[in-house]
Write a protein that binds this ligand. Sequence first.
Ligand code: ZN
Length: 292
Amino acid sequence: MQKLIIEARINEYMMREDGNENVPYSPDEITADAVAVREAGASIVHFHARKPDGAPEHDHEVYAQTVRQIRRASDILVHPTLGFVTLDASAETRIEHILRMAKDPEGAPHFAPMDTGSVNVDRFDPVAKRFTSNNLIYKNSTGTLHHFAREFRAAGLKPSLVCWNIGFTRFAQTLLDAGLVDKPAYLLFIMTDNEYIGGHPATPEGLRAHLDFLPKSGVEWSAAGFGGNLFRIAGSIIGAGGHISIGIGDYAYKELGYPTNAAVVREIVSIARQLGREIASPAETKQILGMK
Ligand code: ZN
């Protein structure tokens, strides 16, 4: 079995007041967390640029500054987001900041995400039994995804193929079949719980459904728990040969006393060791994923 790739999902759009005070916002805080999760055992850091009050930051320069800082401070592989729930931005606009950074010799990221389908991402309040919004769509047309795949390949970026449900996983297969992404493809199952209902739940059944439709070859896969506790199935993921994507950006982990990102990563390392699986360094991660 391959060594375990741990990707730290350090902030997403998690607000500190919604739970975990350790969520990093500023480029300095994000860099400090990148260093800490690397020391804990992660080989990839995924981040969203944030304004000082935690709001989404779309400024190219903030992204560029953050990636440069991380790369100066650590050998961890860098995976910035495309940015936001895209209601109407064009395919070109959505990846402009990533392509600009890819040309920066001191600040090129290693990965770029593409969600291989569209999904409603409104939150459902399970207590009030109502949605807190009703128009948030993460929209990715086939043409947009083909554009992303071509541009990322030309820019030397490894796509993270983000799969919310089986339809996304099947679409990832079509990218492989069409030769639009290089093997092995890196798939990320976004498993969702509590107020997020767009993905499979982080249960053995939810995981198995994805795995039943996983392309038979040419794939490395990882799983994240958006809005829920991934530790419930972390052992199953690691035992099945998957990789782990985890962080307090996805879930505050109140039941663990609001840990830091590094603490969550250390816990995964400990589970992997108990199961006899070694941890991949950034260099080994590049090798496993066929990156230059
Ligand atoms: Zn993200």
